[in-house]
Design a protein around this ligand. Sequence first.
Ligand code: PHE
Length: 357
Amino acid sequence: MSAADGPVDVAALEADANRSIDASSTTAELDAAESAIVGKRSAMAAAHRSLGGLDPDARRRVGQELNELRGRLEQRIAGRRSELVAVERAAALEEDRMDLTEVVTGDVRSPVVRGHRHLVTTTRDQLEDVFVAMGFNVAEGREAETDWYNFEALNIPPAHPARGMYDSFYVDLGEPETVVLRTHTSPVQIHLMEHAMAEGSLPIHSVMPGRCFRRDTADARHLPVFHQIEGLVVDHGITFGDLAGTIETFTTAYFGPDVHSRLRPAYFPFTEPSAEYEITCTICLGAGCRTCSDTGWVELGGCGMVDPAVFDAVGIDTALWSGFAFGFGIDRCAQMRHEIADMRALVENDLRFLRQF
Ligand code: PHE
């Protein structure tokens, strides 16, 4: 490089750049250095712009030198970056490190206390057991669903009034309001039926437990994050009698012979006819209290015969197949079986409460 090449001093550019790369002591500083070295307002960019003022020979030569310099600098930046990333990772790991020797075992003053599964988890397992004993298998779905699975395939098209039953949390993904935290476990029915159609594996006898989300204010009977267990049977000649019998059998098996249940006509877009499934309020034994809003009954969920529109959405031939579905609140089941007046206790994490179960 000579003065004859004008204002471009490649060696000085390189020395300056190397100095600031080496001086960067965090990845953030290195990012800043990088944009100062090769960014739009860098000396390097200015040097490139000044090439136009050189004669063609010098322009070619200096241009090539600048390109080579850029290559060397990029390599040096990458090298420095991997050093710094390693240092920062090691620091973060050190920060997060858990000292597993902190608990002194064998000391009677601080005995090791083992936790146990949460009541809701235990309840889910018990409900699964009841249904498995009746011949159901257990399937699982996903917590974030597209509008199609949570609503449309369940015969709830956009703007359908039934959407009002489900105050939804939407996920900020794709077009607005197209991905939703599932408001019920019913979308798993659709996945199962689609799967069975693809595999040619009908009939279906499944229960599907899982976490659901609704924009509800927590109260004695509701949580915005709650659990349901869905049931779906698709087979030849299934009737409402099969549904009622299944629910009756379940009620006695899970709550014992003293708890009574009833089905009340209801509306769900994905079942026809539909019913609400209620049991005697175990807090007041039917006399009426705050937990059951003075009705003596507590709704555990909904059920009904699979609506032909749902079968159409997944391509199941309604001339050959019929089915029933239900969806019960797992937290509600726990609440009623253990006589928990206020469901919020399930999420408050008060150990005095949790240890009882
Ligand atoms: N998915 C309904 C709800 O949560 C319950 C239900 C399930 C009703 C299956 C009918 C059949 O509101």
